[in-house]
Design a binder for this molecule. Structure first.
Ligand code: AMP
Length: 188
């Protein structure tokens, strides 16, 4: 069973790679960003709250994320790809407890690294293609800070404690080149 996590700053291309690999392995791609964006379309009180937080580039509360992920993970019988979670140490602890209780473990972690200048270029390009409320230069700085202050600590934790399943990937390369490196590691 393949249980995979993708890490990387906003714009690193982790969503793109997670989507490609989930199709090849035929396992669910759990993008918390996408799940939350769908929730913002529901136009209820939660949607308004989420919209405001996400448009500022801030992190949504751990309680909301932990609930979303645990509800989805119980349905993943053949494996899963986590894209955008865990993003805080609280989420990491929650995930570790959840996996332990369900006799599951993570098999591969891909940490996609990219230069900040490239992040800006990609986010500007994506903003015209996908019309995301959080893809603009002001918000990207907050999102990048959230990544450095919080998510980076989570990936560093895995780097230190799960060396044998932690793989560094250069996200400055072309999409196909990155996919082929990941496929080689996964032996697919
Ligand atoms: P993404 O599509 O992964 O860049 O996520 C878009 C936005 O959704 C983020 O900037 C956060 O506001 C929110 N979000 C996604 N995943 C999480 C998470 N694990 N914890 C907190 N907020 C999240």
């Amino acid at each position: 069973m393949n249980n995979i996590i993708f890490f990387g700053p906003p714009g690193a291309g982790k969503g793109t790679q997670a989507k490609i690999i989930s199709k090849i392995l035929d396992i669910p791609h759990l993008s918390t960003g996408e799940i939350l964006r769908k929730k913002t379309n529901q136009k209820d009180a939660l949607a308004l709250e989420l919209n405001e937080i996400m448009n500022k580039g801030q992190l949504v509360s751990d309680n909301i994320l932990n609930k979303i992920i645990s509800e989805r993970l119980v349905e993943c019988e053949t494996g899963f790809i986590l894209d955008g979670y865990p993003r805080t140490l609280d989420q990491l602890n929650f995930l570790n407890n959840f996996l332990g209780q369900n006799s599951l473990k993570i098999n591969f972690i891909f940490n996609i690294m990219i230069d900040f200048i490239k992040i800006e270029e990609r986010i500007i390009k994506r903003s015209s293609e996908e019309k995301r409320g959080d893809d603009n230069i002001e918000t990207i700085k907050t999102r990048y800070t959230a990544y450095i202050d919080s998510t980076h600590l989570v990936s560093e934790n895995y780097r230190k404690n799960s060396k044998e399943i932690f793989f560094e990937i250069d996200g400055n390369n072309e999409i196909a080149e990155i996919t082929s490196k990941i496929k080689k590691i996964l032996k697919i």
